[in-house]
Design a protein around this ligand. Structure first.
Ligand code: ADP
Length: 950
């Protein structure tokens, strides 16, 4: 075993490492060596060999760049100086020309003359401008300007006042420039002065000045400065050649204040564009150049970029010098070198790849036999002894492979022999093992069954609220199960051999005697003991138990043990107790109830009746009634049969009405409900004799009422009908009377009647009689309308109804049309929503809604625009319509009375008779409908009408 492990350990590192390492090491060694050599060679080529003269390509490139920069810088400096010199010469020629001096003098004299004359400024300069001399000077100057083509303007400035006295720009004339720098500098310099400046309201100008002096033939030093010649030159002509460089290099000029003169090629490091004559440059070559030095430098430029630069000092005038910098970005300067490095790197990579491929092929050839050996050994390790190393080379590896193959062959033979022996032995072991397994399984099954049964027993014992015990004849406990703790709260161990307490000690003192007696009695009779008693628990509470025990006798017939079980029956006892109480309560309830309660068997034998029932049947007590029996009391045998039959059929009866005869032979009506349970019928009885009598009486009264009503209606009809004809007579005769009185009056007026009589009759004929007649007319017409109302009322009750489905929308539209005049007169807004259909007599329903609309219009509030709305909704089998107005409303106390006949809130003022709502209610009574009102004074009323939908 140990040998095997160690051989495996030997093979493991061989398998993982050798071949891989061999090949990769060869790879890495060759590859790395080659790379290092190549890289070193390239580095030497670029950087050179330290401490020798060989500086490498880098230094070569740098000096090449510097040489070029030097050349460019010199060339540019030369051209610039030459150009400036040309301009200076032009200026000098002009300034020193005697003709110019003459012109200037004449102009100055002219000005002086005009000033003396006190000319106004404008006139003065006009005068000067128009003078012949001035014109000729201008011609001359324009000629110079045109020929050179670089001058923007040529000015002559009075040296004393600083006023421009002549200029190629007309507008300049008369302008005072005494405060300008270039004027001041020009005056202070002895010769020509050159500078570049930013002239206000103008672009950058190159300014060349020269002094014009009046020649003193006697003393040159006494030459007086007449004027200053200022030549403004567009600097572009000078600067353009500066900018003309290749794409990658840059040249710029700096004035003596280190401000740039030319535009910079690149924006500054912060992205701004530097403005000429504003941007102050601080790069090293610029400072050196302005300071008067010249040379080459590798430094950072104004952007902070590394550059190679050539700087030159440009002496502009004797006291003024500019700087010039020609520079090239280092990156650009070394671009060819960089390219060469990239090509070299590519070459190196290609070479490395080639070498690696070559190395791989070589290493593969070299390592293949070892690989075959390794694979063979791996197979052997995996258990394949048939594996052989197929190597035929005639070298050391070939011999090694041959030896390995022979060894493997031997191993194979040993293994086969061993395997056979193992097989025989294994077969034997396996049969023994099978037998053992069977035995174990059987054993386990028995164990499992035992465990299950024990578990079942344990669960059973622990699930029943009981304690098993064994004690001797002296009640000393020898065994008691843990259940006793559940029951009494004391642990079982307390009772064993009366260790802490004896079992009888926990029996309730009131029960102990009874328990002992029963137990002794049963034991002596050799019958099982069964007794229920109370125990006092550990927490002081009382629990009920039931003990069952039996004496066990030995072979000699003597009592050996008493075995038994104690059950906890507290819950049952409490339930029984509660049941008893509740039964008692219900019994009392039933006994004292006003409803009769009974229990009989199917044959009608009374088992129980309460007090109320016996009283109902006029017996002295329930006992008396029970002794007589109930069936005998049923008056009608059919009732009895019906009751029993429906009880049998449905198991119960509800409110079964029947007649019975009491003990004193009185007939009574009763209502009984009962249920049957097996043979037993239980039920209740209510005495409805009184109710029956009342119902009969009520029916009779209603009939009487209907008759009376009819009679009344008839009287109303007859009265209203018959009273109308005398009324018409009264009205007719009153008219007659009125006519007669008018005639008497006219006879009196025109006839020959004594004035005394006239005077006496006048008040009677003119006042008393007309007044009385008016009174009669008013009252008869009131009576007439009252009677017609009454007539209508009585007709409403008598006319036959034609009930059909009514389209309420149409019906109300018709009513609206009929009331058109009143609606317009009242100025009311009357609307309705879509209404549901209902069933009724069209004429009468029309009457209701006409009355309601009439009222709504009549009782509108004059102080606000009237709004009347008719709506409706379904409520169960009825449709409830609502006529709503915003009129004067009805106070609460009147709302119930308005439906009464002739009831009016304001009888004097209203035009009605107090019958409209009475008629509506009567109609609705006949339709099984209803009318009611909801109203608030000063706000409005809602009259609801409910009519059956079907
Ligand atoms: P009338 O012919 O006097 O209108 P009704 O029976 O129709 O008789 O009405 C009884 C009384 O109910 C009326 O006198 C009036 O005072 C009151 N009434 C009826 N309808 C309205 C209403 N829409 N608004 C205010 N009061 C009303």
């Amino acid at each position: 075993m140990n040998n095997y492990i160690s051989s495996k350990n030997l093979i493991a590192p061989f398998k993982k490492g050798v071949l891989f390492n061999l090949r990769s090491r060869m790879f890495m060694a060759f590859g790395a060596l080659f790379i290092i050599i190549l890289v070193m060679l390239k580095c030497i080529e670029i950087k050179g060999i330290p401490f020798t003269n060989f500086g490498g390509e880098y230094l070569q490139q740098q000096s090449e760049v510097f040489r070029n920069l030097n050349l460019v810088a010199d060339l540019k400096k030369e051209r610039l100086l030459q150009w400036i010199e040309e301009r200076r010469d032009d200026t000098k020629v002009l300034a020193e020309s005697s003709i110019i001096q003459f012109y200037i003098k004449s102009i100055l004299t002219e000005i002086e003359k005009n000033v003396r004359r006190g000319r106004r400024r404008d006139d003065l300069w006009n005068e000067v401008r128009n003078a012949k001399t001035y014109q000729t000077l201008m011609q001359h100057l324009n000629l110079v300007k045109g020929r050179r083509g670089v001058y923007q303007s040529i000015q002559f400035v009075d040296a004393e006042t600083g006023t421009i006295i002549a200029s190629t720009q007309n507008a300049d004339l008369g302008v005072n420039i005494s405060s300008t720098n270039h004027f001041k500098r020009a005056l202070n310099s002895s010769d020509t002065f050159v500078d570049i400046e930013k002239i206000p309201q103008s672009t950058t100008d190159l300014i060349i000045t020269s002094l014009i002096k009046s020649e003193n033939p006697h003393n040159e030093s006494k030459n007086k400065v007449l004027a200053v010649l200022i030549m403004h030159i567009n600097p572009d002509d000078m600067l353009k050649p500066m900018e003309r460089l290749d794409k990658i290099s840059e040249a710029f000029l700096i004035n003596r204040d280190l401000k740039i003169i030319t535009l910079l090629k690149h924006p500054l490091a912060d992205g701004r564009i530097a403005k000429p004559l504003e941007y102050h440059i601080t790069s090293k070559p610029a400072i050196l150049a302005v300071r008067g030095e010249q040379g080459l430098i590798a430094t950072n430029d104004y952007r902070g970029e590394p550059v190679l630069a050539a700087y030159r000092h440009i002496p502009i005038a004797s006291e003024v010098g500019w700087g010039m910098v020609v520079k090239l970005d280092k990156a650009e300067g070394f671009a060819p070198l960089r390219r060469s490095i990239v090509y070299s790197a590519l070459f190196i990579l290609m070479s490395i790849f080639m070498i690696l491929v070559l190395t791989f092929i070589m290493a593969n050839n070299f390592s293949r036999p070892i690989q075959i050996l390794s694979r063979t050994l791996q197979k052997v390790e995996a258990g394949d002894l048939n594996a052989r190393a197929q190597i035929s080379a005639a070298n050391d590896v070939g011999i090694l492979a041959g030896t390995l193959n022979t060894m493997l062959q031997r191993f194979q033979i040993w293994r086969e022999t061993l395997e056979k022996q193992v097989q025989v032995r294994t077969a034997k072991l396996s049969s023994t093992n099978d037998e053992l397994t069977k035995e174990i399984i059987q054993h386990k099954e028995v164990e499992e069954t035992l465990r299950e049964s024990e578990e079942r027993y344990r669960t059973l014992v622990s699930n029943i609220d009981s304690a098993f015990f064994r004690c001797d004849e002296n009640w000393t406990i020898h065994f008691i199960s843990d259940g006793i703790q559940e029951i009494s709260g004391y642990p079982a161990s307390d009772f064993i051999r009366d260790k802490v307490r004896s079992y009888p000690s926990i029996i309730h003192p009131e029960d102990i005697k009874m328990v002992t007696e029963i137990a002794s009695d049963c034991l002596s009779k050799k019958i099982p003991v069964e007794v229920e008693y109370r125990v006092v628990c550990a927490d002081g509470k009382i629990r009920w138990v039931r003990k069952k025990s039996q004496g066990i006798v030995n072979r000699n017939g003597k009592l050996a043990w008493i075995d038994g079980v104690v059950f906890d029956i507290t819950d049952r006892k409490l339930a029984e107790e509660a049941l008893k109480v509740s039964e008692e309560k219900y019994r009392k309830l039933v006994d004292n109830s006003l409803v009769g309660v009974y229990k009989t068997n199917i044959n009608g034998d009374i088992l129980y009746v309460n007090e109320a029932l016996s009283r109902m049947f006029e017996f002295e007590s329930p006992t008396e009634m029970i002794s007589v029996g109930a069936l005998a009391r049923y008056k009608n045998k059919k009732d009895t049969k019906g009751l029993v039959e429906s009880l049998k059929k449905t198991g119960k009866i509800d409110n079964f009405e029947m007649e019975v005869v009491t003990k004193r032979r009185k007939t009574k009506n009763i209502l009984t409900s009962a249920t049957i349970d097996g043979e037993i019928i239980s039920g209740m009885v209510i005495d409805i004799t009184e109710r029956k009598r009342a119902e009969k009486e009520c029916g009779r009264l209603i009939r009487e009422l209907v008759d009376k009503n009819k009679e009344l209606e008839h009287i109303v009809y007859a009265a209203s009908h018959d009273l109308r004809s005398p009324l018409v007579n009264i009205l007719g005769f009153s008219k007659e009377l009125e006519y007669a009185s008018k005639q008497v009056h006219s006879v009196l007026q025109n006839g020959e009647v004594s004035s005394q009589l006239k005077e006496k009759l006048a008040p009677i004929l003119e006042e008393d009689i007309p007044e009385a007649l008016q009174y009669i007319f008013k009252n008869t017409s009131k009576m007439d309308s009252l009677l017609s109302g009454l007539l209508q009322f009585s007709r409403t009750g008598r006319t036959a109804l034609t009930i059909k489905q009514l389209d309420m929308n149409k019906l109300l539209s018709d009513i609206f049309e009929a009331f058109d005049y009143q609606i317009k007169k009242a100025g009311a807004n009357v609307t309705k929503v879509k209404l549901s259909l209902c069933r009724g007599d069209m004429t009468q329903i029309n009457q209701i809604f006409s009355n309601l609309l009439d009222n709504a219009l009549k009782y509108l509030d004059p102080n606000r625009p009237g709004i009347i709305k008719i709506s409706g909704h379904k409520a169960k089998s009825q449709i409830v319509y609502c006529v709503e107005d915003n009129g004067i409303g009805i106070a609460k106390e009147h709302q119930g009375k308005i439906f009464e006949m002739f009831y009016q809130l304001n009888p004097g003022t209203s035009s009605g008779e107090g019958l409209g709502l009475t008629i509506a209610r009567k109609i609705l009574d006949r339709h099984k409908g209803k009318i009611w009102v909801e109203s608030e004074r000063h706000k409005g009323s809602k009259f609801f009408v409910s009519i059956p939908a079907k």
